[in-house]
Design a binder for this molecule. Structure first.
Ligand SMILES: [Zn+2]
Length: 446
């Protein structure tokens, strides 16, 4: 086999430690994942051609000399973030408020700037760079109410060849006038964006009513019609994040049985529906989510930062609800899925639950790919999948280096990575086999 180490060519191979998941891991049976302490990943024409142990490949005639070799690094599939707001990048770490005041005081003013397409393009560029330097290659993204901000996001994602899902936010009440659309403009803009972007290259569209308090019943009904008329698009919104928000729902929708029932009434539940948060849910709501295959995006750093509450993961999973994991920037405080998993671990610890590193890293890769129905394309290193992955330095800082030196088992290595890791660990990020991020200061430390 002739391969080049030049990543601009069609074929190349990297040799490193490699971890990926083939299914939900069983941590006792040690199934559902493959780990190669000395592995090789072969990429051809942007797709995974082969993954395996160096020893096995050599037995089959593979020449290791063609590989770029990183003996102490770990290669993993790109992280997937199931709930994030691109216009909130610079709202991150805004002090002192809970959800409703935080929206009014920080988020809405920031989103007003996105009526300017040039501003939106620059912001989309920054946002995507931040995701890539954190090893995130796919996300489900809220833009703003302005269609041009959604255009800007898709244009930049397309430029980098990324697999992304995004949608224009819809709000026709309870937000500043400058951020409101109407039932009709929201319908037109959303349908135009679907026609232009959904299924184009690696991009998909998500209908995005921000949440029930900012849409009239008429707007939610229109979203339901669009959802039914465009069966391959996604739907994303927020659900039961905060107690004050839930009181507001009771006032606005007195006839609804519960919060989820508002969305149910307008046909917004289903396999392609991603509800952010879902912290304060009744048994009825959980059963209804499970029954309709609707899913919850768990946003640990956001839930802690905004004081929203602790997600009871075991309760949702026991009821059969799919739970993905997400940063929820700018309520969330880090673009890093590693940091997000560390906070998820702590949230579960506070409730007497745990989060095994294999399960956590599964959630951030193949688990989220499955939740977003993208697992036929991304999420692991099965032959033929799109080659989205990161080269991870396990010891970029002094504390990680000394901790990793103590780690004798894979689980320990991965747990230390998940608890201490962040963007400093991400040395390179690849999308469709193309290097879309490389850390320059890291290379000089080699
Ligand atoms: Zn959110």
């Amino acid at each position: 086999m002739t391969l080049s180490t030049d990543t601009h060519n069609n074929s190349f191979a990297l040799r490193a430690k490699i971890l990926h998941f083939t299914d939900q891991p069983d941590v006792h049976q040690r199934t559902g994942y493959e780990y190669f302490a000395d592995g090789v990943l072969v990429v051809e024409n942007g797709l995974i051609k082969q993954v395996g142990s160096a020893e096995e490949l050599v037995k089959n005639g593979f020449d290791l000399a063609v590989c770029e070799h990183f003996p102490e690094h770990l290669i993993m599939p790109g992280f997937i973030d199931s709930h994030i707001h691109y216009p909130q990048t610079n709202v991150i770490a805004s002090y002192g408020e809970q959800l409703m005041d935080w929206l009014n005081q920080y988020t809405f003013p920031a989103e007003l700037q996105y009526s300017d397409k040039d501003f939106a393009l620059k912001a989309a560029e920054q946002f995507i760079q931040l995701m890539l330097e954190n090893g995130t290659t796919t996300a489900m993204v809220y833009t703003t109410v302005f269609a041009q901000s959604t255009e800007a996001f898709f244009e930049v994602a397309q430029k980098y060849g990324l697999r992304m899902i995004a949608g224009k936010v819809m709000m026709d009440r309870n937000a500043p006038d400058g951020l409101l659309d109407t039932v009709e403009t929201a319908r037109q803009d959303s349908q135009n964006l679907i026609d232009k972007w959904h299924g184009k290259d690696r991009l998909s569209y998500a209908l995005t009513p921000r949440f029930a308090p900012t849409s009239t019943p008429e707007q939610l009904a229109m979203v339901g019609e669009l959802y039914q008329a465009n069966p391959s698009v996604y739907m994303q919104t927020h659900l039961s994040e905060n107690i004050q928000e839930m009181e507001f729902i009771k006032q606005l929708f007195p006839e609804a049985k519960d919060y989820l029932d508002v969305y149910d009434e307008y046909d917004l539940l289903g396999q392609r529906s991603v509800f952010g948060h879902g912290i304060h849910l009744s048994d009825d709501e959980i059963n209804r989510l499970a029954e309709t295959d609707s899913q919850i995006a768990f946003c640990p750093t956001s839930n802690l930062f905004l004081g929203s509450g602790l997600l009871d993961l075991a309760r949702l999973e026991d009821a059969g609800v799919t739970v993905s994991v997400a940063t929820d920037i700018g309520g969330g405080t880090s673009f890093s899925l590693l940091r997000t998993l560390a906070e998820a671990y702590k949230i579960l610890q506070l409730q007497g639950q745990s989060l095994h590193p294999l399960k956590a890293l599964y959630m951030a890769t193949l688990g989220n790919a499955k939740a977003l129905q993208l697992d036929d394309k991304i999420g692991n290193f099965t032959q033929g999948k799109e080659a989205d992955f990161s080269l991870i330095n396990l010891s970029p800082t002094q504390i990680q280096k000394s901790r990793q030196q103590q780690a004798s088992k894979l689980d320990e290595t991965l747990f230390a990575l998940m608890m201490l890791g962040d963007e400093h660990n991400i040395e390179r990020t690849y999308s469709m086999g193309k290097m879309v991020y490389s850390c320059h200061s890291c290379a000089s430390q080699e």
